[in-house]
Design a protein around this ligand. Structure first.
Ligand code: SAM
Length: 295
């Protein structure tokens, strides 16, 4: 199994043996380009002893390359048939663990902690894990919200995204047209980097748009901006962007008095006409810390 290729015909043949077809509902577009799979593993600097969590392994096309590179792989797959198929294919592989679950329903932090505690007794050398995911595009944001805050136990996250979504996550900043709450979130918890474009012909079945690989270098808590109450902070950021064309003194009215927002903006050196789309991550944090110290 390990030396099988990942072409479209190999993947189709494997799906036939499992008596299943690609499911749209689970965003199943499998990578069928061996050069691309090798490039992902190279880009992620996968080395023997690395502990890798692969989310959505599907037919195992990338899993095979991760194992070949010497990684200890924990795969999290929601699809009943594909999870069982991969677990069976890897039954003799000591470096492989299957978690048959919906990643969004998992306490990932606990699963990673348990895995690292177990690895302390093996030859794995990592104190942190790498995460690699090629997930349905519609759960990308939820998955990022789940994974990016895990900087104390996860070093790097590699995510395959739609090309346009990848650009928006990495390129947008204060003042650019598509700057959103998600950009503040990404840049608070990580240093994102666009790696490379992935042509849609690299997938089976072929999606309608190209993809891209994005790397997120996660910041451990000690390296993030100091933050007292993260949940309340994100409520403020989400509220600010919910009405992003409004001035903050108006858009934040349901949380803080307009006059207080105006005075706080001035105190931190911002115009009282500022809108969500104007503020950097550090400025949002300064606004929040000053607002909460006065209420
Ligand atoms: N990694 C494989 C590859 O590159 O060929 C498959 C990628 S495919 C785009 C997405 C995979 O994620 C599928 O195997 C799908 O069943 C799985 N998946 C979808 N939603 C999931 C979820 N919530 N939790 C875990 N796996 C999920």
């Amino acid at each position: 199994w390990l030396w099988k290729q990942s072409s479209t015909s190999d993947t189709q043949a494997y799906l036939r043996t499992q008596k299943t077809r690609p499911k749209k509902s689970l965003g199943q577009n499998f990578v069928v380009n061996d050069e691309l799979l090798a490039a992902i593993v190279r880009e992620a600097h996968i080395q023997p002893g690395d502990v890798v969590f692969e989310i959505g392994p599907g037919t195992g096309n990338l899993t095979r390359y991760l194992l070949q590179a010497g990684a200890e792989v924990t795969a999290i797959e929601k699809d009943d048939t594909l999870a069982a198929g991969l677990a069976q294919a890897c039954a003799q592989e000591p470096k492989f663990t299957m978690v048959h679950a919906d990643v969004l329903a998992l306490d990932l932090q606990a699963v990673i902690a348990a895995c690292l505690a177990q690895k302390q007794h093996t030859r794995a050398r990592s104190r942190k894990v790498k995460i690699i995911a090629n997930l349905p595009y519609y759960i990308t944001k939820d998955c990022l919200r789940q994974v990016l805050p895990l900087g104390d136990s996860v070093s790097l996250v590699y995510l395959m995204l739609q090309e346009e979504a990848a650009q928006r996550l990495v390129v947008e900043g204060p003042g650019t047209p598509h700057y959103r709450a998600m950009n503040v979130f990404v840049n608070f918890y990580s240093l994102p980097r666009y790696e490379f474009r992935v042509d849609k012909s690299s997938y089976h079945p072929q999606p309608s748009v190209d993809g891209a690989l994005v790397r997120f270098r996660l910041l451990p808590q000690a390296e993030r901006l100091p933050m007292s109450a993260e949940a309340t902070f994100w409520r403020m950021v989400d509220q600010a962007f919910a009405e992003r064309r409004k001035m903050l003194r108006n858009s934040l009215q349901s949380l803080y008095e307009g006059a207080l927002v105006t005075a706080t903006l001035q105190r931190i050196g911002l115009p009282d006409t500022a809108r969500a789309q104007d503020l950097s991550v550090a400025q949002f944090v300064a606004l929040f810390q000053n607002l909460t110290s006065q209420t």
